[in-house]
Design a protein around this ligand. Structure first.
Ligand code: ADP
Ligand code: MG
Length: 326
């Protein structure tokens, strides 16, 4: 059935039913939601807008997986602050010909990943769209103020680590455009895993001096840490973790071998810096947090990002991350 027959209020009622008992003071259905904050904790707030044709393509983002990704990209921002995700607001602008089955599957995916991370859907907004599907998620989280990890805390001598592997999402997108619909790289692109447990452990044990999630490519996102921390950095290109599938498809001497991890983006892995005296505490966290951790470089005094190769050569990075307006 199309939404024209179903109507906005039936849709909201249905979402409210699926959420069930939210545990909030006031959940979906009033003018605002209301929740009790955890005493002493700071509120973390973030939003991501996903626009059809810009961030996703409905020919390969299945509605349920798109629902998961809409929340996952926001959860990744909470992870990068070392935060605990709490509540989400979901705003949808839907073309009138979208089917109720599509919205049902989307909400199912959204609520599935929300449940995995203890997040409640507290409200949102619903509108018609005259040009494509728009999804906006506002995510609220918490953490004690002294534990929140910023981009600005890296110091010369700190080691640069990253979780998981890099470049898979960009490779996945390339494969999807070529007609593939499965494989681990495709999954990385369509159904990314936010590294909440890792982010929280790093924050609560005060192990990360700075942290960011890799949404625009390592070069650009590490660049943000360097700029905001007023330091420089050396990234060892050979040390960037690449998956088995990545190495099978992208040969080590092709451009993509470095460019996909550096500029591809949407990996949603955590990139963080660690004081040298704490570096031995990082390897054991891989088991605890369920994701591999790799040292990829070092913070230096000065400014700018240097890309170093195994043969001893190096160059200043001029890689730019994805810029929507360029
Ligand atoms: P208002 O006119 O005050 O914006 P709405 O009719 O848009 O109120 O929303 C009614 C209730 O439904 C609110 O609690 C709102 O947060 C919730 N809501 C609306 N759209 C969504 C959505 N897409 N997902 C979750 N909750 C929604
Ligand atoms: Mg409204």
């Amino acid at each position: 059935m199309s939404l024209t027959g179903f109507g906005e209020f039936s849709l909201i009622r249905k979402i409210k039913e699926k959420v069930g008992d939210s545990g909030l003071l006031i959940g979906i259905g009033d003018d605002t939601a209301a929740a009790l904050p955890t005493p002493g904790m700071a509120l973390l707030a973030t939003a991501d807008l996903l626009a059809e044709g810009v961030h996703f393509d409905l020919s390969w983002h299945l509605p349920k997986i798109l629902g998961r990704k809409s929340l996952a990209v926001n959860l990744s921002d909470i992870a990068a602050m070392g935060g605990i995700p709490r509540h989400a607001l979901l705003s949808l602008a839907l073309p009138k010909d979208v089917s109720t089955e599509f919205v049902d599957s989307f909400i199912e995916g959204f609520l599935e990943i929300a449940a995995e991370h203890g997040v409640t859907l507290a409200g949102g907004d619903t509108s018609a769209s005259k040009g494509g599907l728009f999804i906006n998620v506002t995510m609220l989280g918490e953490q004690f103020p002294e534990l929140v990890v910023r981009r600005s805390g890296a110091k010369a001598g700190d080691l640069i680590f990253m979780s998981g592997t890099a470049g898979d999402s960009a490779l996945g997108l390339r494969l999807l455009r070529g007609g593939s619909r499965d494989g681990s790289a495709v999954k990385c692109h369509t159904d990314p895993v936010p590294r909440l447990l890792l982010g929280r452990i790093l924050a609560e044990r005060r192990l990360a001096t700075a942290m960011i999630d890799v949404s625009d490519g390592i070069a650009s996102d590490l660049g943000h840490i360097l700029e905001q921390s007023k330091v420089g950095g050396i990234l060892n290109l050979a040390h960037i973790p690449r998956s088995v599938e990545f190495k099978k498809i992208i040969s080590v001497d092709s451009d993509g071998y470095n460019l996909l991890p550096l500029t591809g983006g949407e990996d949603y892995e955590l990139l963080f810096t660690v004081a040298p005296e704490n570096q031995d505490k990082i390897a054991p966290l891989a088991v605890e947090s369920g994701v591999d951790l790799t040292c990829v470089g070092i913070i230096t005094a000065g400014s700018g990002l240097v890309l170093a190769s195994d043969d001893g050569s190096s160059c200043i990075s001029n890689c730019r991350g994805y810029d929507h307006f360029k």
